[in-house]
Design a protein around this ligand. Structure first.
Ligand code: BV8
Ligand code: ZN
Length: 245
């Protein structure tokens, strides 16, 4: 793949680079994106209808089982070349921030260090009432496991629709987007707020905006560079073109 000399020059001399990733960055690891149809018994549900406090309140077992199924799916997957290319980019950029909407933990698993998980992490489980994290829980298939401290229901430590994002991570992400000289939007449809606003915050502060996504998104017309294809293929080629690795 050919990359514009201007982009290569920007990246070679950039001190501050920020990246936002979405489910597309994990797709080549074998994880479905949020917009993909669910498989098997989950086919009849839309993720938005399960990833919410209302869904958990009305049927905690259904929501708990959906996340248990997703946790199992994640145990079987590994980072893809796109995750590793982002580690290489971080190693060669003085100030690098990886902001992710993904809850699969694959960026850290690949070796990324400065990672902001805007939507939490599905492998962490906490009490819905007192917030205590649970390291292990009963595997009783009849009911949702309960907190060892207050007997509240356990839930995944992710941000559901309608829930506020973790303040510290969001504030750091906004600062990183605004201060970046180059801002990447990778594998995200740019629909979910407030994550989708980060690219515009970067652009409004003069960042060069680069989109890498399988298909055009609402950001595409506003990006300085847009590459449509698989991030697991494009990112390693971009890192090679800039740093020769
Ligand atoms: C909040 C964790 C307020 C859970 C997730 C109306 C208008 C605007 C906004 C709203 C609205 N109504 C409600 C809202 C707010 C809402 C929102 O944005 N809704 C959307 C649907 C319109 N946002 C919220 O509710 C947020 N909270 O606003 O709170 C508040 C404030 C204070 C106090 C109280 C409340 C919370 C949002 C977080 C929700 N949680 N995940 C879980 O995972 O179960 S979001 C979920 O969607 C995932 O995190 C996912 O990452 C994210 C976004 O989706 P994408 O990552 O973009 O994935 P998607 O499938 O969409 O796209 C993948 C892209 O990759 C595609 O374009 C595809 O082409 C591409 N692709 C595929 N394969 C590849 C690829 N690209 C490259 N290579 C490939 N191989
Ligand atoms: Zn508790």
């Amino acid at each position: 793949m050919e990359f514009p000399a201007e982009l290569i020059r920007f990246l070679k001399k950039a001190d501050r680079v920020s990246v936002l990733t979405g489910a597309g960055a994990s797709q080549e690891s074998g994880l479905r994106t949020f917009r993909d149809a669910q498989s098997g018994l989950w086919a009849q549900y839309k993720p938005q209808d399960l990833a919410s406090p209302e869904a958990f309140a009305s049927d905690p077992k259904l929501v708990w089982d959906w996340y248990a199924w997703r946790r199992e799916a994640i145990k079987g997957v590994r980072p893809n070349p796109g995750h590793y290319a982002l580690v290489e980019m971080e190693n060669r950029t003085p100030s690098f921030t990886l902001i992710t909407q993904n809850v699969d933990g694959l960026h850290r698993f690949a070796g990324s260090r400065n990672v902001l998980e805007l939507h939490g992490n599905i492998l962490r489980v906490r009490c819905a009432d007192c917030g205590t994290f649970a390291e292990e829980w009963g595997d009783d298939t009849e009911s949702v496991p309960r907190c060892g401290k207050c007997n509240g229901l356990l839930r995944p430590d992710v941000v559901w629709f309608g829930e506020a994002l973790p303040r510290a991570e969001l504030e750091s992400a906004v600062v990183a987007a605004r201060q970046s000289q180059v801002f990447f939007s990778i594998g995200t449809s740019g629909v979910v707020q407030p994550a989708a606003a980060l690219a515009h915050a970067a652009r409004n502060n003069g960042s060069v905006v680069v989109e890498i996504n399988a298909e055009p998104t609402p950001l595409t017309p506003k990006a300085d560079f847009a590459f449509h294809g698989k991030s697991g293929e494009i990112l390693p080629e971009l890192v090679k073109a800039v740093w020769g690795i």
